[in-house]
Design a protein around this ligand. Structure first.
Ligand code: NDP
Ligand code: OXD
Length: 306
């Protein structure tokens, strides 16, 4: 068996050693143009040549949860695309989103500014019922985030493609229920995959449907958000702020207005990191199952795009 690696997060030798520990006879190597064609691949955001030069790949394991970078490429029809599911990312995402929501809910930015100014001042206590949180995407990560937010007693709305039922959550589904979902939410958390249906979904029309004083947390992909529309709604005061972890261009260009906007918090795509040990273990389990024809979770449905 030949396994091609492209851009593994961390040390390539860790992946080579980890795969050799299970398949000592396997040829495992970092891919570069002209490398011998492999049977399986483990990759993050490879170039088109990666697939053009490996027309017989049986499966490619995406080193992340989101497969948008792969789905932009021409992938051989028989190649299964398998994504990471959780693999240690869900708890990180829950930490990040809860931190962003709580920072806004508790007015911690204002307290930090007061502390810097040596000012002792108490704000009126915030009320959970006034802060319904809407989570877009009720998949592996969205569900974990919802569970974590429920622990803080926020009313929760969730929106997915197919109808769902989740204890204590007001569930909405499909484009026909999007407006109602937005109108019921004050804080919006985006955890959708980036597909033709979801790109630019955070725009003037959708964001202005949030309750006044709305807050946006985008931890999915930069192309979900229309940057200029967010800025306009912040400047108009309809939105109170945003926490953004992902951007259309990464790294975020130094001249981008998000960097200096007083109501925007930025992090460099770190809300849920790909963890080597957890990812390797998950991929090994799936790589053992696939050649035996056993069912494997996380296989991307190409027509849906996720
Ligand atoms: P899943 O595939 O498990 O969940 C996706 C969810 O989005 C599902 O609930 C799905 O609905 C819903 N969805 C998809 N398309 C639509 C649509 N058109 N309308 C409404 N709902 C839709 O993905 P994960 O939870 O594992 O990951 C989500 C995303 O998070 C990734 O695609 C990636 O972009 C991002 N991510 C970001 C990271 C970061 O560090 N910033 C790290 C990891 C992931 P249904 O359930 O009905 O299918
Ligand atoms: C992912 C990511 O999709 O890191 O896993 O963004």
């Amino acid at each position: 068996m030949r396994i091609a690696l492209y851009n593994p997060d961390g040390v390539a030798q860790f992946w080579i050693d980890g795969l050799h520990a299970v398949w000592p006879e396997a040829e495992v190597a970092l891919w570069s143009p002209g490398s011998p064609a492999a049977d399986f691949a483990i990759a993050w955001a490879p170039p088109q040549a990666f697939f053009d030069e490996q027309p017989h790949l049986q499966a490619v394991f995406n080193l992340g949860a989101g497969v948008d970078a792969l789905m932009r490429l021409r992938i051989p029809p028989q190649t299964q695309v398998v994504r990471l599911e959780d693999a240690g990312m869900a708890v990180q995402m829950a930490e990040y989103v809860c931190h962003a929501v709580l920072r806004h809910f508790r007015g911690l930015d204002a307290y930090e500014a007061d502390a810097r100014a040596g000012r002792w001042r108490k704000q009126a206590p915030a009320v959970h019922g006034d802060f319904p949180v809407g989570v877009m995407g009720l998949g592996v990560l969205g569900t974990r985030v919802v569970r974590a937010l429920q622990g803080f007693e926020f009313p929760i709305n969730a929106w997915s493609r197919q109808p769902k039922a989740l204890d204590g959550v007001r569930c909405f589904a499909g484009t026909e229920q999007l407006d109602a979902f937005l109108a019921a939410s004050k804080v919006l958390v985006c955890l959708l995959p980036l597909t033709v249906d979801t790109q630019n979904i955070l725009n003037q029309d959708t964001l202005s449907r949030l309750q006044p004083g709305g807050y946006v947390v985008n931890v999915a992909r930069g192309a979900h958000l229309v940057d200029a529309d967010l800025l306009a709604l912040l400047d108009r005061g309809h939105l109170a702020g945003a926490t953004l972890d992902v951007f259309r261009t990464e790294p975020l260009p130094s001249e981008h207005p998000f960097w200096r906007h007083p109501k925007i918090h930025i992090t460099p795509h770190i809300s849920a990191r790909t963890l080597d040990a957890e990812s390797l273990a998950q991929i090994i389990t799936k790589l053992q199952a696939l050649p035996q024809g056993l069912p494997v979770a996380g296989v991307v449905q190409r027509e849906r795009g996720y």
